[in-house]
Write a protein that binds this ligand. Structure first.
Ligand code: HEM
Length: 85
């Protein structure tokens, strides 16, 4: 459930930028895109957003695709601001 989801700052998101460990954020939600990479019709293009916030690029390429629905099972947590020190 939502309550068990993790709060993920950009510095943590950035660590997951490998083909076999890829996360990306869309509209404030962080997804593990690793399992979807093999099914993405645009193939490895999806790796462009690995480890970062892909919201802008996604809205430029195919805003009509429902990420929330398609990647629901891959939801990792919520993107939050970097904690200030
Ligand atoms: C198609 C790139 C993210 C789902 C495509 C195509 C490209 C592309 C180039 C066209 C492939 C072709 O027709 O030969 C990207 C880039 C992404 C991205 C650069 C980074 C933001 C995503 C995400 C999803 C997704 C997050 C869904 C979870 C799809 C689907 C299609 C597609 C369903 C085929 C349907 C359509 O083109 O309307 N993508 N993609 N993509 N992508 Fe992505």
């Amino acid at each position: 459930g939502v309550t068990s989801l993790t709060r993920i700052p950009p510095s943590v998101l950035r660590l997951h930028n490998k083909r076999d460990d890829a996360w990306a954020a869309f509209n404030g939600k962080v997804y593990n895109i690793t399992p979807y990479l093999d099914f993405h019709p645009g193939g490895e293009e999806l790796m462009r957003v690995a480890g970062r916030d892909g919201t802008k690029l996604f809205s430029l390429t195919h805003a009509w695709v429902n990420v929330d629905f398609m990647l629901d099972a891959c939801l990792v947590g919520f993107l939050v601001a970097e904690p200030s020190s």
